[in-house]
Ligand binder design. Structure first.
Ligand code: ADP
Length: 484
């Protein structure tokens, strides 16, 4: 692998400040989704090792939470700085194991690091409250304290940022963490652990456990009473499973689950801007994000013009190896992902949808699917109900605001939504009516560490980023003083 800082390439798990392999050297392979070449064989831990990591995190908790917020902040800032210093190498590792174009991968590293910087600052602002007492001799004070040991489970689509978004606020709050990265993309997580070590995060405070057996790790995380909270990003199916399994020990949960984002273009929208926003919201990471525009709704007066302009721009996107700077679209994560996207397009075509571009597999390799635009969509098609997670854009025509609001909300999901329009009153009405945790208005890009990212309905619970993101890792305790 062509990187400058070879120390970032780790194949063992990181537990209690040490690099750990398995007794029998059991490993699992990490492959490049572009050409399926093997990148590394990574330690495949057993359940005893996962349990040990949790124990180490618990042992490290008292001294980590006893540090002043400023002390934790200084260490987190070092970790942030090291991530920025190693941005190119971290980006290369990310592209090789995940497939996204290098420029996007580097963007993710800077974005991921920005959460560490943000929460290094927020550590100092975990304010409590003073409440006027309910009786003359009483005084009430509210404290915020760290929840305890936190387990994180993260997906392959953002192998870096989904981790820092959870770990930075957890550490800032005074929690310790056990991180389980996706088995498809563990290398970015291990590189982060190496930098955490260099930054002086004490042994046991941040642990990364690698395993090819997600169910086993999930079982240990959910049943181990030492874990007080699980923060998960991934599918709604697995999120529900974790919630069910956590009931026995009543763990706190943050769940960032699937989405089915509507992207609405009103008849008074700036069409050029709407096309640019739709491209960004749809095709980033080859369509493999939970906030990707899943259903594009365009008002009838501007429908034809939008479809034409959008298709022209989609055709300009180059697909290929993410390491090649000319490409804006990389491979999908694996063949199963390609098959799922292909079957959704097939279903739509069988039910009467029409292609304005794409629809095939291209000639780049087995993990690729062409950038695709489909029209003549109806509600029975899978593309309207399920998360597409690929470079396919279905465009639907609508007549009235009420109609599009009803269609947009007609899903069990409630993560991101977007719309373009310029009438102030309509903008307010639609923004308030959309049943989503996030609404992008005249923008297709909404993610930032300063805002509360998260969903409602079956898209999950909890928020990441902003001052609200700290709350997910803090408990409330009140002190009632009497006899004053
Ligand atoms: P995706 O479709 O994005 O891969 P998943 O929900 O399958 O979403 O995976 C997200 C993360 O959840 C990954 O780290 C994966 O290993 C993990 N995971 C998958 N199944 C389970 C499970 N039963 N228990 C715990 N973690 C799981």
């Amino acid at each position: 692998m062509n990187i400058k800082n070879k120390a970032l390439l780790r194949k063992e798990s990181y537990i209690n400040g040490e690099w750990v392999s398995t007794k029998n050297n059991k490993t699992f392979g990490v492959v490049n989704p572009f050409d399926q070449s093997n990148l590394a064989n990574v330690a495949d831990l057993d359940r005893a090792a996962i349990s040990k990591a949790i124990e180490c995190a618990e042992n490290a908790l008292p001294s980590w939470k006893a540090k002043s917020a400023t002390e934790r902040s200084i260490i987190l800032k070092k970790w942030y700085q090291l991530q920025m210093d190693n941005l190119d190498d971290l980006g290369t590792i990310l592209t090789l194991e995940q497939g996204k174009p290098l420029a996007e991968a580097k963007g993710e590293i800077a974005y991921g690091a920005s959460y560490v910087e943000w929460f290094a600052e927020e550590a100092k602002r975990a304010y409590g409250d003073v409440i006027p007492g309910h009786q003359a001799d009483k005084r009430i004070i509210v404290l915020k304290q760290p929840i305890g040991v936190v387990a994180t489970i993260t997906p392959w689509n953002f192998p870096n940022a989904m981790i820092t978004r959870k770990v930075a606020p957890a550490l800032a709050a005074g929690c310790t963490v056990v991180i389980k990265p996706s088995e498809i993309t563990p290398l970015s997580a291990l590189a982060l652990a190496e930098l955490a070590d260099q930054a002086g995060i004490p042994p046991g405070v941040l642990n990364v456990v690698t395993s090819n057996d997600a169910i086993m790790v999930g079982d240990e995380f959910t049943s181990n009473p030492k874990i007080k909270k699980i923060s998960f990003t991934g599918s709604t199916r697995v999120g529900k499973l974790l919630m069910e399994k956590s009931a026995g020990t009543l763990k706190k949960l943050s769940l960032e689950l699937g989405g089915n984002a509507p992207f609405i273009v009103l008849n008074d929208a700036d069409l050029e801007e709407a096309v640019t926003g739709a491209i960004a919201a749809k095709y980033r990471n080859s369509g493999q994000t939970c906030v990707c525009a899943n259903r594009i709704f365009v008002q009838e007066e501007v429908y034809d013009a939008f479809v034409e302009k959008f298709t022209v721009e989609v055709k300009k996107l180059n697909t290929g190896n993410g390491m090649d700077a000319d490409n804006q679209i990389g491979p999908l994560i694996n063949e199963a992902a390609v098959e799922k996207v292909a079957s959704m397009v097939k279903d739509a075509k069988e039910k009467g949808a029409e292609l304005t571009t794409g629809g095939g597999h291209g000639n780049q390799g087995k993990n690729f699917f062409d950038t695709t635009v489909i029209t003549n969509i109806d509600a029975s098609m899978l593309v309207m109900k399920d998360e597409i997670f690929g470079p396919v854009a279905p465009i639907v025509k609508f007549k009235t605001d009420d109609e599009v609001i009803a269609m947009a909300n007609n899903t069990e999901y409630g993560l991101a939504s977007y719309f373009y329009g310029n009438d102030l009153k309509r903008v307010w009405r639609i923004a308030e009516a959309l049943e989503y945790g996030m609404v992008g208005i005249n923008t297709g890009l909404i993610s930032t560490p300063v805002a509360p990212f998260g969903g409602i309905k079956e898209s999950g619970m909890g928020r990441e980023g902003s001052r609200y993101g700290m709350e997910d890792y803090l408990e409330i305790k009140y002190l009632c003083f009497g006899g004053i």
